[in-house]
Design a protein around this ligand. Sequence first.
Ligand SMILES: [Fe+2]
Length: 480
Amino acid sequence: MSTANLPPAGTPADDEGFRRRAGALLRSAAGDLRRTSRSAAADLGLTHADYAAHLAPEQGFSWDLAQRAATVWPLNERDLVPVRNDCPRGVRVLRATESASSARVFQRGGIDYYEYRATAMSRLASFRPAWIRMLSVVTDDDPHNADVHWNNGHMLYQFTYCVGPVNYYCRWNGRDHVLRMNTGDSIWGLPFSPHTFTARNAEEPAYVLALTYGGELMGDAQHELAALGPDTARGFALDTDSAAAAQGRLLRSYLDASALPLEHAAELSGIPAGRLAGVADGGTTLTPDEVTALAAALRLSPRDLLPVVPDAVDGVSFCPAATSRSWYHPSAGHRDYRVRELAGDRLHPHTRALEIHPQRADSDSADQAVTPLRTHQHQYLHNVGGGPVRMAWQHGGERYETVLEPGASAYVTPFVRAEFTRSGRGDPTDPTRLLALRIGGRVTTEARSALGSMYPGSLERCLHEDRQWYEERGTGGRRT
Ligand SMILES: [Fe+2]
């Protein structure tokens, strides 16, 4: 059991791993371009020995080399830059004192508007969370009150958890909306919708956890779309206002991709041509049986033909604490945790926001093991309750533990098994609880299927390519 070896915040740990991944990326990129190590070295103006040194973990990444490679080869510098792993023990904690000492106040319209504090973050996930206290106090719900100063919106999705009497203002299609929020209420919002917050009184604490995250647009998709330009980007955008419109666009995309006339698709699937044309025009949706038949005819999975329509109304999905769903985990008869569901949206099936109330005290957990929680998602935790929570987890064959005091936050890598118990006496008026926001990363469902369907035994090579794509000495007469 280890308690004291959490990596300090801000340290770019994992330098050796970073260099090793840089060498593997270079080897993989050269192989993709059908370059042997000697021909790659010649392209890059290096001796064979110098090129080989770049593949080795002792040397690793070089900006000069990445720029030269992007000049002579049809790839981008970023294709050769690995991700940094600043979370080698699976969990990264930011203490309440560190969060408080990061406080900074920004003004809007000449008044102190928000106090921002840092919370846990990692280079491995797209979370950009902030603790934000509302300093502008209003006595009405007027979105045009002189002390309400809106932002311009931002590309990140935003899940917001509210503590105290907070007004949330949001704009969608030119209309302004105000939601009167209180402790435990949560809201999920779409990108670029302008919004802002105020406090409804100055006596009580009024703050939010604004847990912004990148979603599927940030990163590779954004880079590709920015280079292709807005006309092409508009071609990609699926209309999510109606299921019929979205399904029609999907169907048209697959017919175009296969250069398959609609009438021929109708014949192959057994769906009448007139009916299929109605679907392709966005006038109606396929029945479940038609989805199955059409998917088989087009050699797709049925899910590829199913449209995605967000739950959001006017750009937000609001979840009041009073009407949210809750349950016990692992079961109603075995209550290690009470779980309360927070705001989310069908658009993001891999985003889940939860309040987790540990039911067991660490003093009684020796009698019976506490059920570990585990998820495929990246996870952000924040102690929003009145009592400390002990967190114990397994990673890399080791067991660690720490105590998350009120105001502490943590980032947890996917598949870490973590147990939570109440630690010591909490505030009897403020239940001990963690806010958990879990998000999907770059390993989408499609990527998970790809990982699972490769040539058996190839997973390690996918992560760290360790060989050229063929043996120069040949394999004739022997099995490799
Ligand atoms: Fe925001």
